[in-house]
Ligand binder design. Structure first.
Ligand code: HDE
Length: 743
């Protein structure tokens, strides 16, 4: 009886507060943006939500669908094309009743949703892609018969950039290697150049790949840390398996935290073989060189971005392409004679833990890549693209590098699980642009309706088709395979694990060395096991005593003595990122203005656009500031988004807008500076970015206490500030500010 009363009471209460819902009641939509009742185009993005405006004329008809963001057509249908009246309510036995089994639309919608996800890539799960065009210079014609490398040949490409260790949703700016995989849709068959931004690898033999990846991925018990190498299992493995030390020092250098995918080199890592029309062969290593130069983040900046904007690199690439600031890279090759011992200058070309310094073998440019179109659909293109080292056109072949040999197996194999069967080359982004006439049949997700009755050779029933040919066909080169016995061994030359690591360290400038020391100290400082730290210090001692001593001091541990005689190495200046000047194209400059804009801000903005960089106006609130469109507000802006900051106005806030904790902002009688603007400037300064000001903006620099330090400038006017700024941007950062910032 008591229970019955409670049920009744609850029922009464629920009925009292529940208004009957009437679909389509006027005013039931989102306030201010009512749901359209007749088909129309999607709303354009708001001014502060859009991508930065174009900075260069596009120059290309990229073929991208112009209205690709909408749905396909006006009326909703089932998967079978039947139009639908209602997709918001399931079919029920009365408004309060259970869902009926016969609701085929409900079942189709939910079932498809339940199966929307596919397994993420086992490595390189986090990535982003873009379409582009590769144009050959013709300079490789003498060494390869590949048609796409003939002079002025234009080939469509799809590129996917990635991190290695993190899951699909992990942050972009973690310390890691970056993937740089390019699919050339050549008319002679697809060529995949599946490269990284680091020219060496952790292991010399593919059979060790599961070991290094298991060590780098999160701990199997707690599934932490995500997308990090700063943990015990990673350092346990690399300190024991010392052939990993070369790749590891690249990760600990600024190369491990690129500024963007536009500022990154790419390396094929392995040595490949090229063959020309006369059948002559050479050995080559592939290099991508970014037009904007190789630049990196600083560590604190990378960490902040991982929280503030985990999609930073993805966003940068997308925005740059939408803005017309198309990323460009030059493809180059180092060319070596194809000698029986497969070495060059004493370096074993089959050892993927070794580079050939550019000073010994120049990188010769053979073509130019321009990324000019964003994918229309991330899943369809970027997620489903499948690369494979065995996608080779005639004129390019593999070598016996044992890492490369293993990869030739892995890349097909992994797609079988990830893309659900053997027909992944039928997915639009994977379809070759060359005519396909294979005898592969059936299987899951078969898209082709093959005609004919004889998918076998020899046959007479299909007229003997298809025929083999020697014309423009891939040829297996008659490369000599040494007569030998079966062994599980490496060549002796693979045993040198330290000399090239030392070469890298000694090629760095003092600032870069300081960053490397900080990175090792940070990562080892995150390890719990004392024995692992000590063992890695021993590896560092074998690389360089000074490096070891500095890291040991940071860890508070004794520096061990080397167990290997240090090699005499000649530094390779090409390995350093410093010392050159680069175009400022696509660099992002924040201009802080007040609620009413600022004198000269509009002119500077125009001048920045004309110089090929991207100005973003930062104001106290969104909308307009003195006629300027506001792209960022004091709430949404954070220094890490910008390569430089210009303060046009101190942006004096109303006294009561300053949070109490910042009431001390500014000396008595000085302009009150919004604390968010001060933070913007202080962070930019710590990260060695140029900071300039004019007008009342100079008060901000004074209050931050940075006036008179390198890269901080006061200008008479807006245009004056830009001239000074450009000089700093050409060198990327104000390097003189390190190491005082300890970033
Ligand atoms: Fe990969 N690698 N890898 N790798 N790799 C994959 O293939 C593998 C290696 C690289 O954006 C996987 O489709 C083995 C070196 C890139 O889709 C997998 C070995 C280099 C990408 C695989 C290596 C790379 C991958 C996972 C040691 C630089 C991303 C998903 C022998 C030259 C491609 C996939 C994309 C992806 C295996 C070593 C670059 C499992 C076994 C060295 C850029 O097949």
């Amino acid at each position: 009886m008591e229970a019955r009363k409670i049920v009744d009471a609850v029922k009464d209460a629920v009925e009292a507060v529940t208004e009957p819902t009437v679909p389509g009641t006027p005013g039931s939509g989102t306030p201010g943006v009512a749901e359209p009742t007749t088909p129309r185009e999607p709303l354009p993005p708001k001014s502060d939500q859009g991508t930065p405006e174009p900075v260069t004329p596009t120059g290309f008809d990229t073929g991208a669908p112009k209205t690709a963001r909408g749905q396909q057509g006006a009326y909703l249908t089932t998967a079978q094309g039947a139009r639908l009246r209602d997709t918001d309510h399931s079919l029920k036995a009365g408004p309060r009743g259970p869902i009926l089994m016969q609701d085929h639309h409900f079942r189709e919608k939910i079932t498809h949703f339940d199966h929307e996800r596919i397994p993420e890539r086992v490595v390189h799960a986090r990535g982003t892609g873009a379409h582009g065009v590769f144009t050959a210079y013709g300079s490789a014609e003498a060494i390869t018969s590949a048609g796409f490398l003939k002079k002025n040949a234009e080939t469509p490409v799809f590129v996917r950039f990635s991190t290695v260790l993190g899951s699909r949703g992990s942050a972009d700016t973690v310390r890691d290697t970056r993937g740089f995989a390019t699919k050339f849709y050549t008319s002679e068959g697809t060529f995949d150049l599946v490269a990284n931004n680091i020219p060496v690898f952790f292991i010399q033999d593919a059979i060790k790949f599961p070991d290094i990846i298991h060590a780098g991925k999160p701990h199997p018990d707690r599934e932490i840390p995500q997308a990090q190498s700063a943990h015990d299992t990673f350092w346990d493995f690399v300190s024991l398996h010392t052939e990993a030390q070369h790749h590891t020092i690249w990760n600990m250098s600024d190369r491990g935290i690129p500024r963007s995918y536009r500022h990154m080199e790419g390396f094929g890592v392995h040595t490949f073989r090229m063959v020309n029309d006369a059948g002559e062969t050479v050995l080559v290593k592939f290099h991508w060189k970014p037009k904007l130069g190789v630049h990196s983040l600083v560590w604190e900046e990378a960490q902040l971005i991982a929280g503030v904007d985990p999609d930073y690199h993805r966003r940068d690439l997308y925005d740059a392409i939408e803005a017309g600031a198309y990323p460009e890279y030059e493809l180059g090759v180092q060319v070596f004679p194809d000698t029986p011992d497969e070495t060059f200058a004493g370096i074993d070309l089959l050892d993927p833990t070794k580079i050939v310094p550019e000073e010994l073998a120049e990188v010769q440019p053979i073509g130019r890549l321009v990324l000019n179109r964003n994918p229309t659909n991330f899943f369809a293109e970027t997620e489903q693209v499948a690369f494979h080292l065995g996608h080779l056109p005639p004129g390019i072949d593999v070598t016996n590098d044992p890492l490369l040999q293993g990869r030739l197996f892995s890349y097909v194999d992994t797609q079988l699980t990830r893309l659900g069967g053997p027909n992944y080359s039928h997915i639009p982004v994977n379809r070759p642009h060359a005519p396909v006439n294979d005898m592969l049949r059936d299987g899951f997700h078969q898209q082709a309706v093959h005609a004919g009755v004889a998918p076998y050779k020899p046959n007479s029933l299909d007229g003997g088709n298809p025929f083999e040919t020697t014309e423009k066909a891939f040829a297996d080169l008659p490369v000599r395979v040494a007569e030998s016995t079966k062994v599980r061994e490496n060549p002796v030359s693979f045993d040198d694990h330290y000399s090239q690591v030392r070469l890298f360290w000694q090629s760095m400038t003092p600032v870069e060395k300081e960053h490397i020391v900080s990175a090792y100290t940070f990562e080892l400082g995150k390890c719990y096991e004392q024995a692992i730290k000590e063992r890695q210090l021993l590896a560092l001692a074998n690389i360089d005593a000074d490096l070891c001593a500095q890291v040991a001091a940071g860890l508070g541990l004794p520096a061990p003595a080397a167990t290997v005689e240090p090699a005499e190495v000649a530094p390779s200046p090409a390995l350093s990122q410093l010392g050159q000047e680069w175009p400022a194209d696509g660099r992002i400059i924040g201009i802080v203005v007040g609620p009413d804009g600022a004198d000269g801000a509009g002119a500077v903005r125009e001048a920045i656009l004309a110089a090929g960089a991207l100005p973003l106006i930062i104001a106290p609130a969104g909308g307009k500031a003195g006629g300027l469109d506001v792209q960022r507000t004091f709430n949404t802006a954070r220094s890490v988004e910008f390569d430089a900051i210009l303060i046009a106005d101190a942006a004096t806030p109303a006294a009561d807008a300053i949070p109490a904790r910042d009431a001390k902002a500014g000396a008595a009688g000085a302009l009150a500076v919004d604390p968010r603007v001060r933070l913007l400037v202080e962070e930019a300064w710590r990260h060695a970015k140029p900071v300039g000001a004019w007008g009342t903006g100079t008060a901000v620099l004074e209050q931050a206490g940075i006036t008179g330090t390198p890269g901080v400038f006061l200008a008479e006017s807006g245009p004056g500030a830009l001239t000074t700024l450009q000089q700093f941007l050409a060198r990327h950062r104000v390097w003189d500010r390190f190491p005082a910032t300890l970033a």
